[in-house]
Design a protein around this ligand. Structure first.
Ligand SMILES: [Zn+2]
Length: 332
């Protein structure tokens, strides 16, 4: 393992990168590292993370008491310790307020899944922890349920994001991937639609993830890999129309026709020409038995089905009305 001085220098380097990327303003954010034997290095409070020096890095014990360093430790050390205590394999924690990711945390919208392969493999699900006042024990415990599901990157409601992994750089990379992903999602909305990867292809990514030795609760198989309350929230903010559904081919290679459309000039959603109107999200039929997390998806599926029936009846009426004229044309 690198020396304590080397780790302190790495923490300073990451602080500078976070600051230059715009993930932290003023004195925001904090970084910590598990040294072993109940000792942890962490950043000081009240200092810009863009201008740290190794002498400023603090040392704390298992309870967050400062046992080394001249500068007072970060006030958010309890959040970091919650991670270290819950996940023994984790050595590094990075907390910041990356703007695109924090926009989702402020909107109270969970980041949708099954859109970018890198996110599926290196992060997986990105849960949204409940809000609490930063710094206290209650705040630290908001992430506990998500740590128990092995999340390595968590949004903190009305606050920011926290990421963890075995090394400082890996933890920091989760923040970079997260913020880039959230930026791409927001840009995609402006372009007009967001498409999810079909479920068979997501399962391929999960197998690849497993082969790389990376954990994901979806590998255990009981949860739907793509359908999430969070995805639904994102879609709801995008358009008021029912989701134009995926139409995977027999091999499961089909892509969706987009999970939401641009509104037309009069502000009403436009149907996608030729789009399948079946009740499928990410290549999967939404069963009515799914619980609250996919309630909106199920409701959309029902609305879609109703719309399909109305369209079918309308088509038949139009066909009957136009039939004699068409036959007349052929007769001439
Ligand atoms: Zn913070």
């Amino acid at each position: 393992m690198a020396s304590e001085w080397e780790i302190k220098k790495q923490i300073c380097d990451l602080g500078r990168r976070m600051y230059e990327k715009g993930y932290v303003a003023a004195n925001d954010g904090n970084i910590s590292f598990r040294m072993g034997n109940g000792r942890y290095l962490c950043t000081p409070t009240g200092v810009s993370k863009g201008f740290l020096t190794p002498e400023m890095i603090c040392v704390v014990d298992d309870d967050g008491n400062q046992v080394g360093g001249e500068w007072p430790r970060t006030s958010e050390i309890l959040l970091h310790l919650e991670i270290f205590h819950e996940l023994p394999e984790i050595n590094a924690v990075v907390h910041a307020h990356p703007p695109h990711a924090t926009a989702f945390a402020v909107a109270g919208v969970e980041v949708p899944m099954c859109i970018l392969p890198e996110v599926e493999i290196f992060i997986g699900r990105i849960p949204l922890a409940d809000y609490d006042t930063p710094g206290g024990k209650n705040f630290a415990e908001t992430i506990l349920p998500h740590l128990r599901k092995k999340a390595n990157t968590i949004l903190l409601a009305n606050h920011g994001a926290v990421a963890c992994d075995k090394t400082l750089e890996q933890a920091y990379f989760h923040l970079e991937t997260l913020d880039m992903y959230c930026q791409i999602l927001l840009l995609s909305k402006q372009v007009g639609k967001v498409r999810q990867i079909s479920e068979p292809k997501v399962n391929e990514l999960l197998k690849l993830k497993e082969s790389l030795g990376l954990d994901d609760p979806r590998l255990e198989g009981d949860c739907d890999p793509c359908v999430l309350a969070g995805s639904d929230e994102f879609l709801r903010g995008f358009s008021t129309c029912a989701i134009p559904q995926h139409s995977a081919d027999a091999n499961g290679h089909g892509r969706g026709t987009g999970i939401a459309n641009l509104p037309s000039q009069n502000g009403q959603p436009q149907p996608t020409p030729g789009a399948s109107r079946t009740a499928i999200v990410a290549g999967k039929v939404i069963p009515a038995s799914l619980g609250g997390s996919s309630e909106t998806a199920r409701r959309r599926a029902q609305e879609d089905e109703m719309e399909r029936v109305v369209q079918l009846v309308t088509d038949q009426i139009v066909q009957r009305i136009s039939l004699p004229a068409t036959q007349g044309l052929h007769a001439e």
